[in-house]
Every structure is written in C-alpha cells, then in structure tokens.
Design a protein around this ligand. Structure first.
Ligand SMILES: [Zn+2]
Length: 481
C-alpha cells in the first residue's frame, strides 16, 4: 500500500542555497538562518569539488562486498559528490580510535531542516561484528539516490522526509570482526571493551557503565535533531524488537518471559509489524536455531525476549520521544559477502516502508497569539505518559494509529490546552495550537510525563573507575544480538 503524497508546509526553497551553505560555515551556526544547528566540519566542500567529481568518468557504483572504514568513507564521499542535491555527509564525532561516526542525510533538503518535514534515522553496526545492516545501509543510500527520479514512493519519501543514515556506530569494532563468523563477540564491543547498546542512561535502573565516546556522540546528536522515527539495526537474530527493553523487575534475572509494555505499545507493534511483514522472511517467525525462540509474526517486546539495561531504543523513546525499533536482520552476524544480495533483496522493501511510517499520526505547530513558535513546549497524548517537545520552530510530530486522542500542551508562561483530535489511516492530522499567555498570578502544573522533564536533556552519568575486561562489560550472559 502506498501512502498518499503529503502536502507539507515547506517555507524555504532548497538546492540553490545548499551549495552556499556548504561554502559558508557561518550559516550553519546561524540560529536565525533555518539551519538546525548541526555542523558539517569534515565535509565542507567548495563547488569546485563537485565539478571535479562530476567530470570524472568513474561511474557511481557499489559492489557486493564488505566495506571497511576507508572504503566505506570513499563510497560516502563519492555519493555526496555525485548527488550533491540529494545527500550530505557529516560526522557526529569520533570513535575511541579516532574514526569518524559518519551520517549521511538523504533528502531533497539534505543540508538543512525544512520546517514541517520530519527527521528520521537508521543507526547500524553499533555491535561491530553485526555487519549485514552496515552494508545494507550503503545499498539503501545507493537505492534512494539512484531511484529518486524513477520510483514514485522514493521520490515522495525524499521530498517529504529527511533521512539520516549512520552505517556504523562502532567502526573500531568492525575492523577486528571476521567475515564468516556467525556468533561470538569479537568486534562486538568498542575499542575499550564496552557494549554500546548497554551504555545509555536507563529509565528503569541506574546505569553506572562509563559513557563511551560513541554513545556520547549519539546523545549529543539526539539533543540537536528531533528525530521522530528510528531503526536500530543489529544481527544475530531475525526479529523486530520494540520498547521497552528493560523492566522494573529485571534485578535478578537476565531472561524473562514478561513483556515490559510502553504506553505506545500499539504504535510500536505496528512499526515492528511494518518491518517484519515487508521483509521477505521475518514475519514467518522461524527461530535461527533450535536453542533460540521463534517470534510470532517476527516481532517481540524487547524485555519479553530478554531485558537489558542501557539500551539505545528505550533512551530514544523516553528521553526524546523518538520511536525507535531494534531490527535484527540476520541469523549470522557476519555472513560471507556472496550472501549480501539476498539480504538486500529480503530487506529492501521493509527498509523503505518503515521510514514512511513517520507520515502517520498527528503533526503541527505550537504558536503564541502572534504566530511566533513556542519552543520546548511539553506535549503528551492523554493516557500516554511518555512526553515529547516542540522544536525551536514550534513543530511537533507523534506517530499514532487511527482513533480519537487528546493532545495536552504545556509551556511556561502560557495557559495549558487540551485539544481533541482524530487520526485517520490515510494521512496525518494537521493540528496547529495557539497558546494564550498566562495572566500574572496564574499558575498551572506541568503535565506528568516519563521521565520527569528535569531529566531532559540527559543528566550526566556517574562514571566508574572500574577497568573493563577485555570481553567487555557483559558478564552475566552471552549476548545474542
Ligand atoms: Zn546487536
């Protein structure tokens, strides 16, 4: 089913100014300029760079083999020079060993946030030895840029969405992982032996693991760009796993059959099913091995599979209202390269359909009586106590299934509002909210959300002086994904 073309309020033109932005880093830091405040320090290029690349006879091509850091970097750079109006490359920071944490934006507005246009992301290879999705991200980039003018769905997606793709969150781990090794932990951890998917602040339990450069970079990234939808890509199983990953009851157990359901469980189930049912095999729910569970329809609640502390998907959801699903894409963590075309064929449709789900639910702007945006207004859907906030342009998005809901809006200095609205299947509901200033002496209570808003942005984590073991900070059970 194709989602209909969405008419968005796009208030800035693109293309012509993109190259200017590339050549003028000051614009990137100009809050009034409409740029979302992310810098592109490694990839600022002059227009002549594009002209040189454009005249090269070398075709734009991606082969079916694994790409180490250097060859991946070359491919990403080649992409930006070949498709400067559809892609932008930036780094959110460096790994322990100094490799860039590359992110490629694919969109018709790659260099700046277009007001009203949601940002979505895929983050891959945070476990360095789970490599299929890393290659699939490169092929996804290739597919999107080469099909923009051929495929109506791809054109619609890139016209209306800003897609950020991080092929590798753990480039150091990748470099020591071995092709053909399906299981085990070599390359899983970062260069200091930490599991990056146990390294985020946790809603249910104190996480005392020392924050790592890779996770710190991601946390800063999430604080700067308000992502609405995200996929966290792994290997070692074939399932779409959704929040919560942790549970209040996980103290004495590594495995549990009890789900830990979020207030948006219906939405998360839908998102996970969108992936599994558009995947060639996932929804069959066949177990990878007899010792592993099968998953009904290819989806599971994270904690029902096994609870974990410090995962990235719960952090995205609780701290920033970004709906992230963990996508396990291969039974073998590092299969032979000749199997990559099959993995791409199995996942291609699911990868692009999942991102389209950001255009579902409700979206709009919160403004004052003069039409000025209200930044950091606190929003929540009544009876769903995980909150979210407006951007500096007053924008908000929330993925919801068809139904009738109440949006609660609170902002300091204004009279709070509750607005009832309906969501239908075919297109998102546009809901603009005007707030009236509170009169002197009027006091209103902030709505209850999880976590308390004082925890946004994330509080600094306590650091430990414990030296990690060579096998990382996992000692209770051997990780499956
Ligand atoms: Zn993993």
């Amino acid at each position: 089913m194709l989602l209909p073309v969405l008419i968005l309020t796009v208030v800035r033109s693109i293309f012509a100014q993109d190259l200017d932005i590339l050549q003028n880093s000051q614009l990137l830091n100009n809050d009034g300029g409409g740029v979302i405040g992310w810098e592109y320090p490694q990839e600022q290029r002059s227009q002549s760079d594009f002209l040189v690349d454009a005249t090269q006879a070398e075709p734009y091509f991606l082969d079916w083999k694994y790409h180490n850091y250097d060859s991946m970097t070359r491919y990403l750079r080649k992409t930006t020079s070949t498709f400067p109006n559809l892609t932008a490359l930036y780094s959110i920071g460096k790994s322990v060993q100094g490799r860039e944490l590359w992110v490629m934006v694919v969109s018709t507005s790659p260099y700046e946030h277009m007001i009203g246009k949601p940002d979505v992301k895929y983050v891959s290879n945070m476990h360095g030895n789970e490599v299929v999705s890393r290659e699939l991200m490169l092929h996804l980039i290739h597919y999107l840029v080469t099909n923009y003018n051929k495929d109506h769905y791809v054109k619609w997606l890139l016209d209306n969405t800003r897609i950020h793709i991080m092929p590798s969150m753990n480039p150091d781990g990748y470099e020591v992982a071995k092709e053909g090794v399906c299981d085990g932990g070599q390359g899983r951890y970062n260069a200091r032996g930490f599991d990056l998917n146990r390294n985020f602040p946790d809603y249910f339990k104190q996480n005392n693991r020392k924050p790592q450069p890779e996770t710190e970079a991601v946390k800063e990234w999430l604080s700067k760009i308000q992502f609405v939808l995200s996929g966290n890509l792994h290997g070692g199983a074939l399932v779409a796993s959704y929040p919560f990953d942790n549970t209040p009851n996980s103290l004495f157990q590594s495995y549990s059959s009890y789900p830990s359901l979020s207030p948006d469980d219906d939405v998360f189930k839908h998102l996970a099913l969108t992936y599994s049912t558009n995947h060639a095999k996932m929804s069959r729910g066949v177990a990878c091995k007899s010792s592993m569970p099968g998953f009904s329809k290819g989806i599971t609640n994270g904690a029902a599979w096994y609870p974990l502390t410090g995962g990235m998907q719960d952090f995205n959801y609780i701290w920033y209202g970004c709906m992230e699903v963990t996508l396990e894409l291969s039974c073998c963590k590092y299969p032979p390269a000749n199997e990559l075309p099959t993995y791409w064929a199995d996942n291609k449709l699911a990868l692009i359909k999942f991102l389209g789900e950001v255009h579902r639910g409700v979206r709009g702007f919160v403004m004052d009586e003069n039409g000025n945006p209200v930044e950091k207004a606190s929003l929540k859907i009544k009876k769903r106590d995980v909150g979210f906030q407006t951007t500096k342009y007053g924008e908000f998005w929330r993925i919801l299934l068809p139904g009738v809901y109440v949006l609660e809006v609170y902002a300091d200095g204004f009279v709070p509002r509750d607005l009832e609205f309906a969501v239908v299947e075919d297109h998102p509901t546009l809901l603009n909210v005007t707030l009236r200033p509170a009169k002197f002496g009027e006091h209103y209570n902030r709505p209850v959300t999880s976590p308390p808003l004082s925890m946004i942005p994330p509080i600094p984590q306590k650091t430990t002086t414990t030296k990690p073991t060579i096998s990382g900070d996992e000692s209770i059970y051997f990780p499956k994904d």
